[in-house]
Design a protein around this ligand. Structure first.
Ligand SMILES: [Fe+2]
Length: 279
């Protein structure tokens, strides 16, 4: 894996998703050891029977933490409090909804309703095996039948769905003038996910090198413009990020923001950091 990866995701071709029949995907990052990934996937309008063939289907994941932000569309699915809750609750991912799904949530599909407009979702998981046709799924994803489920005695939990518009902007903890929305806090499985707002013509008072960490960090330019400098060994590259661009990096790569980093302002999704500078 490269020390850093930059993709103009708008320019990437959609490919058939090898994990879910009928989905299309743009994959930005995969950790071959853990199956951890970051991607945008697309659910076509009317999708579902490719997998469930007109039947009800539900499952849970044993260990993977899933987070996702719906960029466009609608994707209805069902959530179940426990195996005995066979009715479930209809939920829909819609434009602007952030999903915070720990392991051990039961979720699935019913034959109706289906997506009307389709949906494109930015998704990042802490491991693989959450897609039905992923080879890791046999260990990670456990089907929960709608009958004869009484042997399944686990502490199930529930996901959280929050619209971005319902999360208030807060002052950024380290940079005066910036604001942030904490989509998800860091926990034992998943790193933090923070939406950071940078005002137009913002200029750092001193060099703003995003603080280093041993884990891979990434940003996704949700809106606006942002120019960053990526230093990989002796090589320095200025990258003018466009909306929906993705950039990840791993030490020793350094990412810094220079004066006038954003001419028109930027809203940036940051995972495993919040763009704070420092060592
Ligand atoms: Fe799932």
């Amino acid at each position: 894996m490269a020390n850093y990866n930059h993709f103009q995701t708008e320019q990437m071709p959609w490919k058939p998703d090898p994990g879910i029949p009928g989905f299309l995907v743009k994959r930005f990052f995969t950790d071959p050891d853990t199956g951890q990934f970051t991607e945008i996937h697309y659910v076509p309008p009317g999708w579902g029977d490719e997998v469930i063939e007109g039947k009800r289907y539900r499952h849970y994941h044993r260990s993977v933490y899933e987070r996702a932000l719906c960029l466009f569309g609608d994707f209805p699915h069902w959530e179940f409090r426990n195996p005995a809750d066979t009715e479930g609750e209809l939920k829909a991912l819609r434009t602007g909804i952030f999903m915070d799904r720990p392991p051990l949530t039961i979720h699935g599909l019913f034959p109706q309703p289906k997506s009307i407009a389709g949906a494109a979702t930015l998704a990042w998981n802490t491991g693989g095996g959450t897609s039905v046709e992923d080879p890791r799924a046999k260990d990670e994803t456990i089907e929960v039948p709608f009958e004869n489920f009484h042997g399944i005695n686990l502490e199930f939990t529930s996901p959280r769905f929050t619209h971005l518009a319902d999360m208030p902007w807060q002052p950024h903890p380290t940079v005066t003038g910036w604001k942030q929305k904490v989509l998800g806090t860091r926990n034992t499985l998943a790193p933090e996910a923070v939406m950071v707002s940078i005002p137009p013509d913002w200029t750092p008072k001193q060099a703003h090198v995003v603080s280093a960490a041993s884990e891979r960090r990434w940003i996704f330019l949700f809106s606006g413009d942002l120019t960053v400098t990526v230093k990989d060994g002796a090589q320095k590259t200025r990258i003018a990020l466009r909306e929906q661009d993705y950039l990840d990096w791993l030490p020793p790569v350094e990412v810094s923001l220079e004066p006038n980093a954003s001419a028109g302002g930027a809203v940036v999704l940051c995972v495993a950091h919040n763009l704070t500078a420092g060592k």
